[in-house]
Design a protein around this ligand. Structure first.
Ligand code: ATP
Length: 318
């Protein structure tokens, strides 16, 4: 039995080199991406028993995803191999050192064919984590997330939602409208400022006062904890206990992608361990810092034995 389950789409990832536009003959790195599988890897590295529910195509990209997840210790028995559609792909170009551009090839891919029947028996698990990406993929993927969230709530699992708005898939308003009806089954919400505003059905782009009002709106519904991710500015956790803030750790950021997912894995790990919200946030902030200071979406995810490494003053650990 697993402690935590995540559900979503993984995509093959073709990644150009840092600060180098892609052209014919460019060197690329081949890996995979996907917020929910990133969280699964993060939790597995932190020592938790975690299962991943997904669909991949019957192709070498899908096999690479499944074999890598299995190698990371993630239970992949919930990954359906769909013979009727390819595994999704994304191409990431570091157009300049500061501007990352992404192309998705995911319309009609296996992940968009997730269906409610793919949701396994959740009893025995303690936590379900979903993101706002999956519902944007297709109507059946949306229904799959709803089914999983309702089943988890009925079975007494903690339900975690990371808004994870992807502007290439839908507008923030559409995302907010689609995700808000899930809130009555969600215990824990993660988001950046605009994502929290959208989920609370407020205008995005508001100031800090508007964001705090949005957090309060969310806490008046079912969620008991809202976590505000603020990139290099750090993060805060909001609930009946009040507000706890943490600055980001000072690290050399080489790849911003995946920080949020590693952060979420760190927070959920703390929750599964039963530590208090401040300690959950400390672990999340450290895991986010690990992720941004390594290339790749999940490759930098921290192992439990490595926690504390970045807080130490020395740079060479021998
Ligand atoms: P993504 O969707 O790219 O995975 P996100 O937007 O969901 O990321 P961020 O707010 O960028 O999430 O990052 C999550 C957390 O990771 C931050 O709250 C912070 O604790 C940590 N973090 C992010 N960027 C940095 C950085 N440059 N240096 C140190 N820590 C960082």
């Amino acid at each position: 039995a697993v402690d935590a389950i995540t559900l979503g789409e993984s995509l093959g990832l073709v990644m150009g080199e840092p600060a180098t536009p892609l052209r014919a003959g460019s060197s690329v790195r081949f890996s995979f991406a996907g917020a929910e599988s990133n969280v699964a890897i993060g939790l597995a590295r932190l020592g938790h028993a975690v299962g991943f529910v997904s669909r991949v195509g019957d192709d070498f990209v899908g096999r690479m995803v499944v074999e890598t997840l299995r190698g990371e210790g993630v239970d992949v028995s919930g990954v359906v191999v769909d013979e009727a559609a390819p595994t999704a792909l994304m191409v990431r170009q570091h157009r300049t050192a500061d501007a990352l551009t992404v192309l998705y090839y995911r319309d009609g891919a296996a992940g968009s064919r997730l269906q409610p029947g793919d949701v396994p028996d959740l009893s025995g698990a303690r936590l379900l984590h979903v993101t706002g990406i999956t519902p944007a993929l297709s109507a059946s993927a949306m229904r799959t997330v709803e089914t999983a969230v309702r089943a988890a709530r009925a079975a007494g699992l903690v339900v975690s939602l990371d808004v994870n708005h992807r502007a290439l898939l839908w507008s923030a308003q559409e995302a907010g409208a689609a995700l808000a009806p899930l809130l009555d089954a969600v215990d824990l919400v993660f988001g950046g400022d605009d994502e929290l505003l959208a989920l609370a059905r407020r205008d995005i782009g508001g100031d800090v006062g508007d964001v705090h009002a949005a957090v309060d709106d969310l806490l008046r519904q079912r969620p008991s904890v809202v976590v505000r991710k603020r990139g290099a500015d750090g993060a805060s956790v909001h609930g009946a206990f009040g507000v706890i803030e943490r600055p980001a750790l000072a690290v050399t950021a080489v790849d911003p992608v995946g920080a949020g997912d590693a952060f979420v894995a760190g927070f959920l790990s703390g929750l599964l361990d039963g530590v208090d919200p401040a300690a959950c946030l400390d672990r999340a902030v450290e895991c986010g810092a690990f992720a941004v200071s390594v290339h790749g979406d999940w490759e930098g995810a921290a192992r439990r034995s490595e926690l504390g490494l970045l807080a130490r003053a020395e740079r060479v650990h021998r």
